[in-house]
Design a binder for this molecule. Sequence first.
Ligand SMILES: [Zn+2]
Ligand SMILES: [Zn+2]
Length: 358
Amino acid sequence: MADHYEILGVSRDASDDQIKKAYRKLARELHPDVNPAPEAQERFKAVTHAYEVLSDPDARRSYDMGGQDAFGGMGGFGFGDIFDTFFGGAQTRGPRSMAERGQDALIRIDLTLDEVIFGAPKTLQIDTAILCETCKGSCTRPGTSMHTCDVCRGTGTIQRQVRSLLGNVVTSQPCGTCRGFGQTITDPCVDCRGQGRVRARRNLDVNIPAGVEDGMRLQLAGQGEVGFAGGPSGDLYVDVAVRQHEFFSRDGDDLQCILDVPLHDAVLGGVAEIDTFDGKVQIDIDAGAQSGDVVNIRGKGVTKMRGGRGDLRVVLQVETPTKLDAKQKELFRTLAKLRKSDAPKLAKHKPGIFGKRR
Ligand SMILES: [Zn+2]
Ligand SMILES: [Zn+2]
């Protein structure tokens, strides 16, 4: 650590007055408001600390004898205070506004797949702070008004004369009585207990855009909590949860479903009719259809957020019949004899094959 005398640029036998002058001169050059460079701020701290030590007779004596800094670093007086003592305190601000921005609110919304595919108007029921209608956010009982703080006379700050070894200086601090607002509520609104806002349940109509996904968070600006004293509202966030559908699932902008195909339709081909979100749709099953074959129906998927729609993929799953009567069993035995050369064998791996759902 550099020598405190060197830092201030004074000799070891400098008088209190010389030390004070040296510090004042350096602080004027190095104060962050004047000289925002990081090195200057570091030096400013060092200079201020050196002054802290050397301006205190006991600390200076202890330092001269090679002891520890009496202030143990930046403790004690504190660096802002020292500076304020010299240069007339923090800039005087006016009273601060009571109205604060309200907090954001969060709710969850459950949507059906149908609502996601096409978008849907929804009424959200939300519990938030709203503006107190009685006092309109003024916090005071109607017909009365805020009381100008007696202590700070409405300025929100307290000026204090401090006698120091440098002479009389003025410091200013936020007024404790009015918490810096400059005004106090002497006759609070009964309905909101002087808060300017009350809790209430309300309905909010929103249009859920098509294509939203499970886990998305929508932001509704200004629909959150009203702030204290009628301050601006926070935002409302809506977490989207999409309920699972019995038959259809979503893959990006596409929808997919599984169609159980009876064995004879898979062998001979056939036609199926399925209920989709766009009404009934006819599915052609080719002769020789296999499990995993996909029938793609264009434009019947999810509405994309930027317009257009994805596809509906119908995945075929051939059903092996299980409840056979005697005659049907006999027919399969006959078929088995006719196709004796067919035997179970390992199939080559097919990457990307669409498997079973869930
Ligand atoms: Zn009120
Ligand atoms: Zn006050």
